[in-house]
Write a protein that binds this ligand. Sequence first.
Ligand code: ZN
Length: 187
Amino acid sequence: MRKKVVIPGEMLAIAEEFTACENAFQEGEKIYASTIGVAEYDRKTHEVSVQSRKNVKPFAPGCKVIGQVLAVRKSRVLVKLFEAMEGPEPRVLTQSYATLFISNVDNRFVEDLTQEFKIGDIIAAEIDSIKPYGIYLRTDKPSLGVIRAYCSKCRAPLYLKDNKLFCKRCGSIEKRKLSVEYTLTID
Ligand SMILES: [Zn+2]
């Protein structure tokens, strides 16, 4: 199977040689693309189709996700998912919520997740597993964890300074399971 990127209206083949399939159409003796994407020629079935760029794959274990902490218990965190990526490729989120268990949070010993995450925090995580009854996350890599936190006293965004989170508004100092990609810093 040969692949190339095509634009709408681009000629893909002559109708004598191929049949138009997904995102392709025949006009006269020729076959054209109806969307931007990757043209796929199947030499066995003599079918030509265009794999739309919008037609992205669903998320899977190993994908990186961004989400927001909705609830924190001692041993688990409930996360609302915003986006999923596999490397630079966006993936479709087929479910909106996921759970992070204490055993998947960090390589160091973690005793109580209420000391690591707070409601409203934005986190980066990896999909650990997808089960019929839920999506499970992990954050046990330096790039994973909280990327933006909010003050538990006054809700202002917290800034990273000397490995601690600092509230510019009320002076509160807090800690989290931080990602090295934390978004707000003070030099
Ligand atoms: Zn504050």
